[in-house]
Design a binder for this molecule. Sequence first.
Ligand code: GUN
Length: 283
Amino acid sequence: MANIIDGKARAKEIRIALKKRVLKQQELTGLLPCLAVVLVGDNPASASYVRGKEQMCGRVSIESRVYRLPEETTQQQLLDLVDELNADKGVDGILVQLPLPKHIDTLTIMDRIDYRKDVDGFHVVNAGKLMVGEKGFVPCTPRGIIDLIKLTGTEIAGKNAVVIGRSNIVGKPVAMLLMAENATVTVCHSKTQNLGDVVKNADIVVAAIGRPGTIKGDMIKDGAVVIDVGTTAVNGVLNGDVEFEEAAKHASYITPVPGGVGPMTIAMLLENTFEAFMEYRVK
Ligand code: GUN
């Protein structure tokens, strides 16, 4: 049976270490980092994620400001708020919660955020920096995934890593990070043929497709490290993309859902916010 990767415990460890650094800076500078979170509309999952971000900021002494805007907010109104937050010297990080209502173009909004405050790492400048290997903000979930893989003690270099899903939020950036760690990376998606044959070759599996049970237990190679990014709510219960029980019989390490990748996303958001504060406010 696989070892369970405890993302909740790891995220807590990261927050405890971060809080010490935050308080140390407060002592030295009198300043605290500040994250602005913008939520448009009333998607219940998004509202719950935003509450989680607010709560975790509080736990590490990062200030948070939450802007809750109605569903009918126009793209121009949202751009105006982003401009205001960009200009606000007291704001280090800006996060616009996704998904946005259909009448708003996500990439237009992401690219309006000052890339120096883009703690989500979704701005085209940060995506480009990640691609060419320049220092920039790395998207939170992918950063958390790499941390969890390293936590298992697995050497990434030279391994076959298979990423299932090609989103800008997880699939593409995690593939870049795995490549930077010298893995041999394959990216699969909804049009991939013979998914099972591809996954069977993987020493590291990152499932980020958002369809419960897509990765069957018998697709997992013996000894593989399995990271399940799926969080699809079915009747109020969060479901991963991997058939956990069956996959755990083959994997050496596996993340649970919930309690695996999820808590790491917010921990990395806090880290990115502190980095923005140190880089552009404290210097
Ligand atoms: N929606 C789901 N994941 C994320 C994330 O990491 N950042 C933002 N802004 N929205 C999301």
